[in-house]
Design a protein around this ligand. Structure first.
Ligand code: BDR
Ligand code: CA
Length: 314
């Protein structure tokens, strides 16, 4: 059976890069139609370059990369290079890729792919700010019912924010885009800090990965070592969370996660709490469910799956 038709929309980004390597390791399960990139952790030129580099590293040159929106819909850009390094890939050597992105902009590609493919076929995995999808919905609202599911890394409820006291980075970086996406009427799965802070690259887990010999696993090892040093330097406490890989894990092994239906709303009006995700579990007439929210993850099962995927590279 062919894999799940999937567009990976990302802003690599150290943990996006790990997520891409995992997704590209399972072609029988995930039919990655394209990687689309967005400005986020670093600028748009760098995120598309990084996606091209990772596709080469994964040995999947046939997967097209489309460069997307280079700034948020409304707010000024907020980058996170203090977490991802100035080029976005930590201290991985980042030469120019052999082949760059396609000439078609990502939003045009998304709209075309969703219109051309049978309705309900294509899943979108979002691991960066939601600018591309929001812009696609704004320009072509007819795509909404054609999308099978949107699975996104973003938001925080039980955990505080990681970029401000109350907001998670992907939502904070483009809250107006997130607002469009959560109000669109999609089948939406949100995996925020409440779950990604449970799936961490502890020292023992990093050591396990460092014993894998493939260039892809070695790159993951180097990326996670960079993140661990960054967390220590910034004093955020503990092992680096594997945020974006959770999206890929959900697609491959949803039993790893517990989700609850919720009414989700995005704060767009307050400078203090911009990008806060207001998650209401008491759904009903007043608060109709518009998303499913990740509340917990089986960390050991998640890590076992990560190792199994990396072992596929040999
Ligand atoms: C998210 O923010 C980015 O810095 C990471 O790549 C991840 O997508 C975590 O808050
Ligand atoms: Ca990301």
């Amino acid at each position: 059976m062919p894999g799940l038709p999937l567009i990976l929309d990302c802003d690599p980004g150290v943990d996006d890069a790990v997520a891409l390597l995992l997704a590209l390791a399972a072609p029988e399960a995930l039919d990655v139609l394209a990687i689309t990139t967005v400005a986020g952790n670093v600028g748009g030129g760098l995120t598309s370059r990084n996606a091209c580099l990772i596709r080469e590293l994964a040995g999947r040159p046939e997967v097209p990369v489309f460069a997307g929106q280079d700034r948020p819909l409304v707010r000024e850009p907020v980058i996170a290079d203090h977490f991802h390094g100035p080029g976005g890939l930590g201290d991985l050597p980042a030469a120019a890729p052999a082949r760059g992105p396609e000439t078609t902009p990502a939003v045009d590609y998304m709209i075309r792919a969703l219109r051309e493919r049978p309705a309900g076929e294509v899943t979108l995995a979002l691991t960066g700010p939601m600018t591309n999808l929001a812009e696609a919905i704004r320009r072509a609202p007819d795509i909404v019912p054609r999308i099978r599911q949107v699975v996104a890394m973003g938001g925080a409820r039980r955990e505080g924010g990681n970029i401000t006291a109350s907001a998670e980075y992907n939502i904070h970086a483009d809250p107006h885009a997130a607002d469009i996406v959560v109000r669109a009427g999609l089948d939406l799965v949100l995996l925020g800090l409440d779950v990604t802070h449970q799936v961490t690259a502890t020292e023992a887990r990093r050591e396990r990965i460092s014993r894998l010999a493939s260039p892809q696993a070695r790159a993951v090892s180097q990326l996670l070592a960079f993140s661990a040093r960054t967390e220590a330097r910034l004093g955020t406490g503990g092992a680096p969370p594997l945020h974006d890989p959770c999206v890929v894990l959900w697609l491959l092994a949803p039993e790893i996660f517990d989700l609850r239906p919720c009414h989700l709303a995005i704060e767009t009006g307050s400078a203090l709490t911009l990008g806060h995700t207001a998650v209401e579990f008491r759904t009903g007439e007043r608060h109709p469910a518009n998303a499913r929210w990740g509340v917990s993850a089986d960390s050991d099962a998640a890590f076992a799956r990560i190792v199994a995927l990396l072992e596929r590279y040999g």
